[in-house]
Design a protein around this ligand. Structure first.
Ligand SMILES: O=C(O)CCC(=O)C(=O)O
Ligand SMILES: [Fe+2]
Length: 343
């Protein structure tokens, strides 16, 4: 990393990739290696949230369709979601400025609470390399002074405002969707998930630079999300793939809708009724791609529990789940996830 010239905004992906190639180790586990097949494009189930607001039979049908998609696909798209195109455009503008800042500034200026990541520091072969950079922002605190990254790029107030505004809108939407899905399984409590507020969640700003080794390279490796539910806004480039009936399928990109997926915690709480499905991003040779993900998470000390007895899973808190995931990634190079907690 010593040969980075001042002002270069790109992380040293090529250098790191080539260093891994030189190491020549092909020890990637089979579950993380690229299979080289071009996946078919699919249309995810599309849920019109205007029906939810209509109430009565329209709401019931909408909730039913959402629950079906959550159990058959683990994924769906929502239209008429109520978040303005302007809020996404403003965030995207800030996102582009932020990723356009010098690499050194992204790494060391402390911007967005030191949440910058790039590549895959634990990769032992090119099959595990990630052609992406991201700010994985805990919403516990985004003090506005950490929104400044100097070098004359961007200014603290507009980045902070865009993050706050979008996080609030995505939070409200994620909670509404989680509430409807929980209600569908008989939940009658107030607000779902419990112990979840604006400060326990995460916002992730992703950028996938053009990749000379595409499409044989991951932007993001196959994974499931360690949360209750994720809401994703992507641009028009495409690259997101998900596992459907044991095959990878590509999600047709549509910036006018949001992609929603069930996370591990919802799968556990729903006793496997809703599915936390593996997904990945394939890098693109020519075009850069941006996405924004909101992760609906409870506080670390929250017991996840189950809506049905007997539960398929041991009792665990979100903190215990995260710790186990981190331990497994350190020990094996990949996340084991929910199977660790099966009874
Ligand atoms: O960028 C995407 O399309 C997917 C992002 C994702 O899966 C994640 O951030 O967990
Ligand atoms: Fe994900």
């Amino acid at each position: 990393m010593n040969n980075i010239s001042a002002g270069t905004c790109e992380p040293p992906l090529i250098e790191s990739y080539e260093a891994l190639l030189l190491r020549g180790s092909e020890s990637a586990s089979p579950r993380t290696s690229f299979d080289g097949e071009v996946a078919e494009q699919c249309e995810l189930p599309l849920i019109d949230l205007a029906d939810l607001r209509r109430g009565g039979e329209a709401r019931r049908a909408c909730a039913g369709a959402m629950a079906r998609a959550a159990s058959e696909w683990g994924f769906f798209q929502v239209a008429n979601h109520g978040i303005s195109a302007r809020a996404f455009a403003e965030m995207r503008r800030e996102q582009k400025l932020l990723f356009g800042a010098p690499f050194e500034a992204k790494v060391s200026s402390g911007v967005l609470n030191n949440s910058y990541r790039w590549g895959n520091p634990t990769a032992t072969s090119v099959k595990q390399f990630l052609w992406s950079e991201a700010f994985h922002v805990s919403l516990a605190k985004i003090p506005h002074e950490t929104c400044s990254y100097g070098y004359g790029y961007g200014d603290s107030s507009s980045l902070g405002v865009a993050v706050d505004k979008l996080a609030a809108a995505m939070s409200a939407l994620a909670r509404t969707l989680a509430g409807v899905l929980a209600e569908n399984l008989g939940y009658t409590g107030n607000g779902f998930p419990v112990n979840c507020d604006d400060k326990t969640c995460f916002l992730r700003l992703n950028r996938y630079p053009p990749c000379p080794f595409a499409p044989e390279t991951f932007g993001l490796m196959p994974h499931t999300d360690s949360d209750f539910l994720t809401v994703l806004h992507q641009d028009h480039i495409g690259g997101l793939h998900l596992m459907k009936d044991s095959e990878w399928v590509a999600v047709a990109p549509n910036p006018d809708v949001l992609v929603v997926n069930i996370g591990d915690l919802f799968q556990a709480w729903s006793n496997d009724t809703y599915k936390s499905v593996e997904h990945k991003v394939i890098a693109n040779k020519k075009r850069e791609r941006y996405s924004i993900a909101y992760f609906l998470c409870p506080s670390y000390d929250s017991p996840i529990g189950s809506c049905k007895k007997p539960s398929l899973y041991k009792d665990f808190t979100f903190g215990e789940f995260r710790e186990q995931v981190q331990d497994d990634v350190k020990r094996f190079g990949y996340k084991v996830g929910l199977p660790r907690f099966l009874l």
